[in-house]
Write a protein that binds this ligand. Sequence first.
Ligand code: FMN
Ligand SMILES: CCCCCCC(=O)C(=O)O
Length: 379
Amino acid sequence: MSEPVTNIMDLRALARRRVPRAFFEYADRGSYDESTLHENRAALARLRLRQRVMIDVDNRSLATEIVGQPVSMPLAIAPTGLTGLQHGSGEIHGARAAARAGIPFCLSTMSICSIEQVRAATDTPFWFQVYVMRDRGFTRELISRAREAGCSALMLTADLTVQGQRHREIKNGLAVPPKITLRNLFDIASKPRWAWNVLRAPSRSFGNLEGRIGGADSLTTLAQWIANQFDPTLSWQDLAWIRELWPGKLIVKGIMDAEDARLAAEHGVDAIVVSNHGGRQLDGAPATIDVLPQIVDAVGGRIEVLFDSGITSGQDLLKALALGARAGLIGKAFLYGLGAMGEAGVTQAIEIIRRELSVTMALTGQRDARCISPDILLR
Ligand SMILES: Cc1cc2nc3c(=O)[nH]c(=O)nc-3n(C[C@H](O)[C@H](O)[C@H](O)COP(=O)(O)O)c2cc1C
Ligand SMILES: CCCCCCC(=O)C(=O)O
């Protein structure tokens, strides 16, 4: 009999067994030498918490607001591409689990389920993440579809105008539908639960890009096609154009530098995400937790600072809150839950982090997630 799942790494181990290797590694791995991927977690682990005692911590509150939206805890689901390949209809399961948990779900431009499919399957407004494409008409169309669907925030990803190379994606020869090699056949045949969920899902195409990818039948080809679509000319000047298209809450994701954070605040965004894309883009970039304090300092409370890259526990999340983040986002932790057990696994991932955050707040003498200060950390 297998042991019960008690933490995010247990979900990772289950997902690794249940999701075909190419897709699991797409989610799990990073770019080039993966030094940033590993440093994200190592830097969080290095931070020590101050144990405090004899403080009444009976009634703790995890509730807060993210870009003006009430949430049950300071956590959101980060946008992840190809989520429906971890588990059929993965984006819908993610959105539903997040809604039930009272936290935001952000749908990626590169999803398998489209904006409209997620909208039709859920009642709670979700966020939409946009990549600016060379085809600005298509970018405009995506934003207008997100408005039409009632999305409650737009997240503009700024750190992937040129794609970082992930060696595992090339070595695994990712394919959609999976490339028929003996190794892939054996891999998929040994994962019938995955195959059943993905094959019976209503959306097996490329969600929001449907009809735009002429002739590409393998992810390697798709990746090349997609790589050419991202607009490397994207600059701060484009924010005015995006603002015209999107009057609602606007979040810029991928900020790693105090000067960029200042520029974001000056250009009228509502929030930024301190992120190195989970170690999937600039290998050699510092851990996000190491740059968080200087970025919080640079924006000086003018806009909200969100945080991601490396969160796998409530302790990690609490450390980010202590260093000034309003909330954290999870990418891989969400995908591990999804790959392990579908919607129930996403719920489990969120609830593991919620419990860990709550207990760690108690043991550091904290009652309110909105009032966590650097005092809880040992310098
Ligand atoms: C498999 C995968 C796909 C991703 N796809 C996107 C995407 O389409 N758009 C985006 O802005 N970020 C994307 N990201 C980055 C996440 O939004 C987030 O920044 C990152 O996962 C946070 O780090 P973590 O995985 O350590 O939690 C992706 C991350 C993963 C793991
Ligand atoms: C093969 C499509 C990948 C699109 C990029 C999605 C993404 O941001 C990622 O990190 O992966």
